[in-house]
Design a protein around this ligand. Structure first.
Ligand code: GAR
Length: 194
């Protein structure tokens, strides 16, 4: 059984889906949610599902030596970190300590539409502005560079010229709900090449 910590900043639909997916199974369990925003709805979702959450400020989360964060992960015997709509940069000390054990989902087909400032609706606006015929999701490992780590999985959705950014978001979020927990599980099980 592997222990997962989810890092999230906002709504928490992926967090809820991942917690629920692993509940009652014997592969992994979400032990902890870490959040940088005390008002984020993800905190209510975690609480409703009985998963402890820690709110930490930006300094503690992004410090060169994030000792408070590392010790929280250590105390909870965390094996894998899963990012789910998490908007802070992961410090190099964490990508080193958890090399190959931090997974992110990006709401577009990387390497397009990635990098700093590309999150949530901003991504979908850029996709629509570029007149893309496809979007989708990218599940990838996290290293010291934004949206740069090894790609584990992608899924696509067709776009129509009439799609608004909100329409694209809905299509992408459906793919996230469908695939993210299962890809995490496959990776933990060693069925996805590392
Ligand atoms: C998701 O669409 C996720 O892919 C995206 O934020 C949303 C969070 O939704 N992540 C990024 O844009 C990261 N660059 P949620 O809080 O409901 O899971």
């Amino acid at each position: 059984m592997k222990n997962i910590a989810i890092f999230a900043s906002g709504n928490g639909s992926n967090t809820q889906n991942i917690i629920t997916y692993f509940n009652g199974g014997n592969i992994a369990s979400v032990k902890l949610v870490i959040c940088n925003n005390p008002n984020a709805y993800v905190l209510q979702r975690a609480s409703a599902l009985g998963v402890p959450a820690a709110v930490m400020d930006k300094t503690a989360l992004t410090a060169d030596n994030p000792s408070e964060l590392l010790s929280l992960l250590h105390t909870n015997a965390i094996d894998y970190i899963v990012l789910a709509g998490y908007l802070q940069k992961i410090p190099a000390a964490l990508t080193t300590a958890f090399a190959g054990r931090i997974i992110n989902i990006h709401p577009a087909l990387l390497p397009k539409f990635g990098g700093k400032g590309m999150y949530g609706i901003h991504v979908h606006r850029a996709v629509v502005a570029a007149g893309e015929k496809l979007s989708g999701i990218t599940i990838h490992l996290v290293d010291a560079v934004y949206d740069n780590g090894k790609i584990l999985f992608q899924a696509q959705c067709p776009l129509s010229p009439q799609d608004t950014p909100e329409d694209v978001a809905a299509k992408v979020q459906a793919l996230e709900q469908q695939h993210y927990p299962a890809v995490i599980e496959q990776y933990i099980e060693g069925n996805v090449s590392r």
